[in-house]
Design a protein around this ligand. Structure first.
Ligand code: PMP
Length: 293
């Protein structure tokens, strides 16, 4: 089955898809992106991802290359042409193509690239074993709240963690507080059952899955607290977990080699994952099919 990508108005075979070498995305990482999970053919939390895409573009004063309605049509057409049911849809929008110069004019035409990649959302191994994470200093730029393609620090952090035998990195700021995972938001469950995640204080990406989980947790009258936490607090927490659009909710069972709780995936992460998936099955993200206990 050939794979198709969408590049600037055309659906092209994935292997032949390309952008120009003078694209500012390539030369300056002058671009934003989004990742949307497609589960059972449905775009999960589509509205939340589009809202964040528009915010990222606005923060960098990059124009939206087409109307939101047109963007939604292209997403659906790409899913249709690739005949995927479970997949991740990636969308990059750059400021456009121009001779290399730190300055840029107002008239650039943004480049839009969309791809889809099949995914196995059962996450069987990660759910059975849980993730091990390692603390790595957060050396990203000062605007991680914008979802830019400037992912080198996160990529290096993850590689460093993997080289040390862990699965992922949890980034730690200069004050010793966890910001987030290399490509996910970080959470802990305290001994008295509070579900803690860092506030969207400009030092993290405000995850769409994070928002959805907060919504789900409130429906179940769970206590969500937004405050920073350290690696030491996370190591002595009852549970830890991560959230992201493509991994949903995954348990973290060890941090810097220390087991979290009993070192096994915990019930809060498991239940939140199940309820998040139930929520996502609702029309346009409206929660259906389950009632607060
Ligand atoms: N933080 C970072 C740094 C990320 O890359 C991601 C994944 N895009 C997230 C958090 C989670 O965001 P979302 O739930 O919207 O995927």
């Amino acid at each position: 089955m050939p794979r198709f990508a969408y590049v600037d108005g055309r659906y092209v075979p994935h292997a032949k898809a390309c952008v120009h070498i003078e694209d500012r995305g390539f030369q300056f990482a002058d671009a934003v992106y989004e990742v949307i999970a497609i589960r059972g053919g449905v775009l999960m939390d589509e509205r939340g991802h589009i809202d964040r895409l528009v915010r990222s573009l606005n923060e960098l004063k990059i124009a939206l290359p087409m109307s939101i309605a047109a963007l939604q049509l292209v997403m659906r057409e790409l899913v249709r042409r690739n005949r995927v049911h479970d997949a991740a849809l990636y969308m990059q929008i750059t400021r456009g193509q121009a001779p290399r110069d730190f300055r840029f004019g107002p008239g650039l035409v943004p480049t839009l690239v969309m791809t889809v990649r099949r995914a196995d959302f059962s996450h069987a191994k990660q759910l059975a074993d849980g993730l091990s994470v390692m603390a790595v200093r957060d050396i990203r730029w000062a605007r991680p709240d914008i979802k830019t393609v400037m992912l080198l620090p996160s990529s290096l952090a993850k590689m460093h963690a993997i080289e040390q035998g862990a699965d992922d990195a949890w980034l730690v700021d200069a004050d010793g507080y966890v910001t987030e995972g290399s490509s996910n938001n970080a959470w802990i469950v305290t001994g008295d059952g509070e579900i803690v995640t860092r506030p969207a204080d400009g030092r993290i990406l405000k995850g769409v899955t994070r928002n959805a989980l907060q919504h789900v947790a409130k429906l179940f009258q769970l206590r969500i607290v937004e405050r920073p936490f350290t690696i030491a607090e996370a190591q002595s927490a009852r549970e830890a977990f991560t959230t992201s659009a493509s991994a949903f909710v995954l348990p973290v069972v060890s941090i810097d080699g220390k087991p979290v709780g009993d070192g096994k995936p915990g019930p809060v992460a498991r239940d939140l994952r199940a309820q998040y998936l139930a929520y996502s099955n609702g029309a346009h993200g409206a929660p259906i099919g389950w009632t607060p206990s």
